[in-house]
Write a protein that binds this ligand. Structure first.
Ligand SMILES: [Zn+2]
Length: 271
């Protein structure tokens, strides 16, 4: 008589966790059995917490994220790692431009090495908060992506590529997207004076809010002691507010050793 009810109850008890596990992704089962049966987190989520150590010119990157290529984003640089906030901001920016202007592809140059640190050809890019981005261009009125970064003259024409032009509208959408990113805070966008002027004029034409236009005027700048940045944007995001080992701006002076090492390199520095 006792077995008549004990067996079905035991059977039900044995099956419950499996049932709850199977429904985990589609229901809100919150029993103890369900949480015990949770799928292990992917390995990448258990890595070190992301940290930008030191300054952009003398720093390192811990727990960096690799940028992903997609139909909206191509990678032409060799250094593909950055703080997740930077990488996510670039991916969101590329998606936003492509959403407004289908067929757009963001050209991404160098970010940082996987662990950050010194890199050839750049004075900064050491702590996972810097990225070089190619401009959006048109040719014959259509989206056009040259093989590599291309230089733009004062009239907005691409040097050496007849009928190719700096696309004010799409470059502004990218800048606006980065300035209004929900996670990352842009500290600086290096770009040549004449392109800064084009972008601010486009912001006004596009009806951007005064707050965004003021932010753009503040962060878009031609660096004083580096190349003018007439063939790419150099974007830098701010340190996470809680990270005390992170230094926002480039150090003015490097140690004598590091300076000498850099002076010996022949390639021009891109900032
Ligand atoms: Zn750069």
């Amino acid at each position: 008589m006792r077995w008549a009810w004990t067996v079905p109850v035991l059977l039900l008890w044995t099956l419950l966790p499996e049932t709850a596990h199977a429904k985990k992704s589609t229901s809100s089962v919150t029993t103890k059995s369900a949480s015990a049966a949770k799928t292990p987190r992917p390995a990448k989520a258990t890595g070190p917490a992301p940290r930008s150590v030191g300054s952009p010119t003398e720093g390192a990157l811990v727990g960096g994220k690799r940028i992903s290529t997609s139909k909206d984003l191509r990678l032409v640089g060799a250094l593909a790692y950055g703080m997740p906030a930077l990488v996510d901001m670039l991916e969101r920016g590329a998606a936003q431009v492509a959403k407004k202007h289908p067929g757009s592809v963001l050209t991404v140059g160098d970010l940082s090495r996987k662990g950050g640190g010194e890199v050839d050809g750049h004075r900064s890019h050491e702590s996972g908060r810097d990225a070089d981005l190619g401009f959006y261009f048109t040719r014959g009125g259509k989206p056009f992506s040259p093989k590599r970064f291309a230089t733009v003259d004062a009239a907005g024409n691409v040097v050496g590529l007849p009928s190719a032009r700096f696309d004010d509208a799409r470059n502004w959408v990218l800048v606006e997207s980065m300035l209004t990113d929900p996670k990352a805070r842009v500290l600086q966008i290096f770009v040549a004076h004449h392109l800064r002027a084009r972008l601010l004029a486009q912001a006004a034409r596009a009806g951007a809010s005064p707050a965004v236009r003021n932010r753009a005027a503040e962060v878009l700048m031609q660096p004083r002691k580096a190349l003018p940045h007439d063939n790419h944007f150099h974007v830098r995001i701010a340190c996470p507010s809680a990270d005390r080992a992170c230094i926002n701006f480039a150090k003015k002076q490097k140690s004598d050793d590091a300076r000498a090492k850099k002076q010996n390199k022949k390639k021009p520095k891109r900032g």
